[in-house]
Design a protein around this ligand. Structure first.
Ligand SMILES: NC(=O)c1ccc[n+]([C@@H]2O[C@H](COP(=O)([O-])OP(=O)(O)OC[C@H]3O[C@@H](n4cnc5c(N)ncnc54)[C@H](OP(=O)(O)O)[C@@H]3O)[C@@H](O)[C@H]2O)c1
Length: 318
């Protein structure tokens, strides 16, 4: 009996230590205040984006919640105001699956906001389908919409002093590849609809985020804008949005053990956005609040440039 109790206690302590060190990981330690600064967070009505918005608002930033659904965006706006204690938070509609919506958002933003200090390209999805402009959904939303958004806001970022662009990617980019033939022919990173094919396309879109950051950094040389990409960790997304209460109760301990909360998942985004002195690491990829080395394909100059030029053509910027 004694032996059983000791083994049980050792297991609980080991599980706790594993959870704290491996799952939860590092936190953003910056105490930077953001009064007078403006931040955009895409996809901030839920998950990591919402937690990022709360943190930035608590630090005094004016936070623009750029979300596709007015209903979900405005409901989240009230939560973010309440949780941060700040009323300097606004909702602006942005559907990254529509280049017209991206252009409208940028136009509204540039008309109504004098500065932009932080652009957090956080929104992302994993699903089949096509955007309003006929692009593969994951390519269109996870990469192309953010590409156009960044391009349209770049001058405002440059005018605002030392500003940062943070692109939320994923460790899945490691298995990504960019099939330019498929992109040119079909406006998509891949065509399959099996789960495996969709996972591949998601990973490809996340590789686009890393390559975009790589090329953006080169094009920002000589300006005071810097950029970063990152993996937030494996996060328990707002799973009770679509699950029964019973399933949520059963799965909660398992999710607790293996997955970060969205608040923990926001830490690397916040580190990249706020850590003082990070500028020499512009263009780099972060995980667990630490700069990581990339495989050659994720820092390949020629691929990054080709993707940039193709993205410009696809967005009508050339
Ligand atoms: N969760 C993870 O374990 C994990 C791991 C690695 C990387 N990531 C990356 O982290 C980022 C945030 O993910 P999350 O876990 O917080 O996911 P989430 O809870 O599903 O939130 C995704 C956000 O993106 C928004 N979005 C989707 N399509 C959009 C569109 N067309 N236009 C504008 N916004 C759109 C969603 O809006 P709606 O609410 O309207 O759908 C939502 O606000 C994503 O880029 C994701 O790829 C997540």
């Amino acid at each position: 009996m004694m032996c059983f109790l000791i083994c049980g206690a050792v297991f609980v302590v080991a599980a706790y230590v594993y959870h704290e060190i491996v799952v939860v990981g590092q936190r953003c330690t910056s105490s930077v205040k953001l009064h007078g600064k403006t931040a955009i967070v895409t996809g901030s009505n839920t998950g990591i984006g919402k937690r990022t918005a709360v943190d930035l608002a608590k630090r005094g930033a004016r936070v623009i919640m750029a979300c596709r659904s007015r209903e979900r965006g405005e409901a989240a706006l009230e939560d973010v105001k309440r949780e941060s204690g700040s009323s300097n938070v606004v909702f602006m509609p942005l559907d990254l699956a529509s280049l017209k919506s991206v252009r409208n958002f940028a136009e509204n933003f540039l008309k109504s906001e004098a500065r932009l200090d932080l652009l957090i390209n956080n929104a992302g999805l994993f699903c089949e389908g096509r955007t309003q402009d006929g692009f593969g959904m994951m390519f269109g939303v996870n990469h192309l919409g953010h590409f156009l958004l960044t391009a349209l806001l770049l001058d405002r970022l440059k005018e605002s002093g030392s500003s940062r662009v943070v692109n939320v990617s994923s460790t899945a980019h490691n298995v990504g590849r960019i099939d330019f033939d498929c992109l040119n022919k079909h406006k998509a990173l891949g065509l399959g609809s099996s789960m495996l094919a969709q996972l591949q396309i998601y990973s490809d879109s996340k590789l686009c985020n890393v390559l975009f950051t790589h090329e953006l950094n080169k094009r920002l040389k000589g300006t005071n804008v810097t950029c970063y990409s990152l993996h937030p960790g494996a996060i328990s997304i707002d799973f009770d949005r679509n699950m029964s209460r019973l399933l949520v109760m059963v799965l909660s301990p398992i999710f607790w053990f293996f997955l970060k909360t969205p608040e923990q998942g926001a830490q690397t985004t916040l580190h990249c956005a706020l850590q003082p002195g990070l500028e020499p690491l512009s263009g780099r990829y972060f995980s667990n609040c630490t700069a990581r080395n990339l495989y050659a394909k994720a820092r390949d100059d020629a691929t990054a440039k080709k993707l940039w030029e193709l993205s410009e053509r696809m967005c009508g910027l050339q």
